[in-house]
Design a protein around this ligand. Sequence first.
Ligand SMILES: [Zn+2]
Length: 348
Amino acid sequence: MRKTMLVADRRYMNHFAGSVHPERPARIAAMIEMAEGLQRSALKHSAPREASVEELALCHSEEYIATVERTATCERTNFDPDTHASAETWATARLAAGGVLTAVEAVLDGAADNAFAIVRPPGHHALPRRAMGFCFFNNIAIAASCLVKVRRMRRVLILDWDVHHGNGTQDIFYESPEVLYMSTHQYPFYPGTGWLDEIGSGAGVGFTVNAPMPATFGDSEYLRMFDQLLLPIAEQFKPEFVLISAGFDCHYRDPLGGMRITEDGFIAMTRRLQRLADECCEGRMVAALEGGYDLQALAKCGRSVIDELGRDGDEHVTAAKDGERAMPIIQRASYFLKDYWQIEPGEG
Ligand SMILES: [Zn+2]
């Protein structure tokens, strides 16, 4: 068994975006209830710390951080039609960014082999100077920046399987060769970014990899995408740390997303990434919650991923079968990325 650290806290329920908002406190309650029911001796629990303003400033401008801080004096602040802060949002968002840092530190310090951070509000749409898409601070990007700028790592992988494209994360690292950002997402869909030709720029060209997919794709298409595009690139990159933007809104039950991933799909994606981390960086991997709006699916998928993080070995990784519908996208992605990575999509 691997030691897995769960970072969770009921204070993540304090941020309130509105009474009919899908990104709601009950998401955390469902995840914590699930986590409390897990019977595993190798499971550890940790409370999150708050990210410091200096840590937030690794990815966000000081003016923007001050803008979010000021929302603590107002009952409600609207950043865009989807993104609303309550008086508790500033503290909760700092705790979300800090929760992913707590998870990363547990793995770096050897307190755990890997970790799952059950945090909210989510982060991957947050831009350096702008809140959007339910997100205020880019939790996963702040963790990656910490690994690069504070811990002096040179290669950090972020794999984002949330149903939405992580435009904020992409933007923050678009010119960075130190952070490889890979995203599978429904397309066309919110927020509209994440097409195949978005591959990074300047020194970061080739270090953004997008896998935009039409609604109705499920486990077999995602696994084909992993096996024939994402993992071959990630293996060449040789990450020193693997971060997952773990949104569960690509599950078939999700009310916002149109994809068809099942619990088995999340298990298979987790297993593949853990194998990659085992090969490249002694298994160091942290998953952080992003979206996921069906409470039952959220808890089941969270449990599946956490269970899989605890498992040793890779005996149940078998190559993706079927999923031929993903092949045209893999081939087109290969065309854009061929100057930077060796990819042989083949016919499958
Ligand atoms: Zn999402």
